[in-house]
Structures are given as structure tokens and as C-alpha cells.
Design a protein around this ligand. Structure first.
Ligand SMILES: Nc1ncnc2c1ncn2[C@@H]1O[C@H](COP(=O)(O)OP(=O)(O)O)[C@@H](O)[C@H]1O
Ligand SMILES: [Mg+2]
Length: 352
């Protein structure tokens, strides 16, 4: 018997406890397990059995010590981490929960476990994100401040230096503007991610329009962009602005990082389950170990190269969130030496 014993706990309460999502364990005064709900047996203590010491199933000295200490005292909270089957962090509230009136044996102690793993991960992401944003803004700001001081001092009466510094300052100010714009786009998409867009949009038209706006920029780098699209429309349920950002980011990346390939091939294709937008370049490609991380905010293969090319490190993160909002899929394939292929698959409007 390894659930809360319905003969000893009112039956309905036993069922409730057994279905609680958080692990709950009841231990008696000598540290023997009296009951463990389903979540406890599943998540935490597969080897734990009623009638055996808690220490047999739970190898967490912090918790066992706290249980011993809690027996005469008030509630305590302790944290502990597990390594097997997965790395997780739990907080355990240990309460001498029930009256020692004999019903549950002498002075039982209740342990309620809360899984903090996800909350900790999110907290770490938030802290990293703020550190990254601050760092990204500080660099151009430091450069601006430096130039302002020079212009007020040494270069005060040097028109040639002034013109040169002002153009660098403008570039730095632009860099901050791009960063703020990307951060705002990211937060807007994230806010709406759970609401799938509902307007019919022709993916072909979006791709053609954006490519037209990028031709000059590509031409300056010696890159030609080709678009292969089907005769018929490629209608998806989408947000035309967001889909434009997807095409823009992917084609821009292909042009900037795949410049040496001289050619970018964009295609819109009908697939069984929707439409596929693919952007292929013939540049240096991306090493395998970077591929899974490219859509993380601020992740770049080469930070200096990205900055040099006006990147913020947020483009693919924005693309990923937009694709998620459209209930689509994003695949990045690359082999060093033979270029990169990015594919976005979106459900067709008639299948959504
Ligand atoms: N087509 C590509 N070829 C090679 N590297 C790429 C390509 N697309 C993206 N990358 C790499 O992925 C990184 C992240 O891309 P992205 O999120 O668009 O940020 P950004 O372009 O602002 O740096 C880039 O810095 C670059 O290192
Ligand atoms: Mg980019």
C-alpha cells in the first residue's frame, strides 16, 4: 500500500491528496513514511515505500535533517536538488501538520514539495536578458560619450575630425535605435504569441515585396536575390507585417553572412501540410554546434562580425516567435563550406 491510506484518512481527502500536482509525503516521528501521493511516487521517490524510513527513498540530507528538526518545532522550508532521473530543484515545506492525537501515530510530519526548476530557469533567463541588453547599450553609449568629450576638448577646432566623429556617432546612435526597435518587436510578438493571426496573407506577395526592398542593399554587396514562387497564391493565415519581418530577417542574414556566395535563393513552395518559405545562401555556413542556439536572444556565432554588419543578435529570436505565433515550424540547416538553408513551414489557410 503506497497511497495515503483511505482507512485512516477520510476517503475523499485521500483522493484529493493523491491527485495534488505537487508531491506530498507524510512521515511519522521516527522518520518512517506513512503515505506518499501519486506525484511524490512518480516524480521523486520511486523507491519510497510506506512503512520504510524516508531516508531509503530520499537521499537528501538537508531534508532528512530538517524533518528531524521539525518534529518538535514549527514549519521549515529547505531546498534540495536531484540529479537523477533529471536535474531538478525542489523546495520542501516541512510541517508538523497534524495534531498528535493518535490518529496518524505520534507527531507526524508533512512534507510538501514544490518543483522550482522552471521558475529558476525563467529567473536566470530574465537576469541574463537584462545583463545582455545593458551590455549591448553600454558599448555604443560609451563610444558616444567618448566622442562628445573629444569634440568638446581636443577636437574642438578641427572640422575634419568633427565630421568624422559625427558620422561615427550617428552610426552608434543608429545601432542603439535598431536594438530598441528589435527589443520592442520581440516583446510585441511575445505578448501576442498565444493568439494565432487570422488574416489570409499571400506569402508569395510578402516575399516578393520584401525582396524588392532588399535588392539595393544586396547589390551593394554583390549579392543577387532570386525568388522562385508558384503560379498560384500561397495563402496562409497570418499577420502580413510579421511575415514581412520573417522574410526580411532571413534574407538579410543570407545576404550579410552569405555574401561570399554571391547569390541568395528564396523559394515559396506548396507542401502537403502548408507552405514552405526557404532562404538559401552559398556562404561559409554555420558550424553544427551553433545551430540549436541561433534563435536564442543575443546569440551570435561571431559577435564582432554581427555588430560590424549592423546586427543586434535578435533577428532569429524574433523570427522564431513569429513562426510560433503562426503555429509554424522553423528549421535551420547548414554545413560549413556549403552555405545555410533556413526553412519556415506555415499551415495553409485552407488547412488551419
Ligand atoms: N545565413 C547565415 N549564414 C551564416 N551565419 C548566420 C546566417 N544567419 C544567421 N547567422 C548567424 O546567426 C547569428 C544570429 O542571427 P540573428 O539572430 O539574425 O542576429 P544578427 O544578424 O543581428 O547578428 C548571426 O550573428 C550569425 O552569426
Ligand atoms: Mg540577423
Amino acid at each position: 500500500m503506497d497511497v495515503f491510506d483511505p482507512n485512516r484518512l477520510p476517503r475523499r481527502l485521500a483522493v484529493v491528496v493523491d491527485h495534488l500536482p505537487d508531491p506530498v509525503v507524510l512521515v511519522d516521528a521516527s522518520g518512517f513514511v506513512q503515505g506518499a501521493n501519486a506525484a511524490a511516487r512518480r516524480a521523486l521517490l520511486p523507491t519510497l515505500a510506506v512503512g520504510r524510513p524516508l531516508s531509503y527513498g530520499l537521499r537528501a540530507p538537508e531534508v532528512l535533517d530538517a524533518v528531524a528538526a521539525a518534529l518538535p518545532g514549527g514549519p521549515v522550508k529547505v531546498e534540495f536538488a536531484t540529479r537523477v532521473p533529471t536535474e531538478r530543484t525542489f523546495e520542501v515545506q516541512i510541517t508538523p501538520a497534524l495534531e498528535a492525537n493518535g490518529e496518524f501515530g505520534a507527531a507526524p510530519v508533512m512534507l510538501v514539495f514544490r518543483d522550482l526548476t522552471e521558475a529558476r530557469r525563467l529567473e536566470r533567463m530574465r537576469v541574463d536578458f537584462i545583463a545582455n541588453v545593458s551590455h549591448e547599450l553600454r558599448t555604443p553609449l560609451a563610444s558616444l560619450t567618448g566622442f562628445i568629450e573629444t569634440l568638446q576638448g581636443a577636437a574642438r577646432d578641427d572640422p575634419a575630425a568633427r565630421a568624422r566623429f559625427l558620422s561615427i556617432m550617428r552610426a552608434q546612435a543608429w545601432r542603439m535605435t535598431r536594438l530598441i526597435d528589435d527589443l520592442l518587436s520581440l516583446s510585441r510578438v511575445e505578448l501576442r504569441e498565444h493568439v494565432a493571426p487570422k488574416t489570409p496573407v499571400d506569402l508569395r506577395t510578402v516575399a516578393a515585396q520584401i525582396i524588392d526592398t532588399l535588392r539595393t542593399m544586396a547589390g551593394e554587396r554583390g549579392v543577387a536575390i532570386a525568388l522562385a514562387a508558384p503560379e498560384a497564391q500561397a495563402i496562409v493565415l497570418g499577420d502580413a507585417d510579421e511575415l514581412s519581418r520573417v522574410v526580411e530577417n532571413l534574407v538579410e542574414n543570407a545576404v550579410k553572412y552569405g555574401e561570399s556566395g554571391g547569390r541568395v535563393d528564396v523559394a515559396v513552395d506548396r507542401r502537403e501540410d502548408g507552405f514552405e518559405l526557404s532562404v538559401r545562401d552559398h556562404g561559409p555556413g554555420i558550424a553544427q554546434e551553433h545551430l540549436p542556439r541561433l534563435t536564442e536572444r543575443f546569440y551570435r556565432v561571431d559577435v564582432a562580425e554581427s555588430r560590424d554588419k549592423g546586427g543586434t543578435g535578435l533577428g532569429l529570436a524574433i523570427v522564431k516567435h513569429i513562426v510560433n505565433r503562426h503555429r509554424g515550424r522553423l528549421h535551420i540547416e547548414s554545413e560549413p563550406g556549403s552555405g545555410t538553408l533556413v526553412r519556415v513551414i506555415l499551415p495553409a489557410a485552407d488547412r488551419a
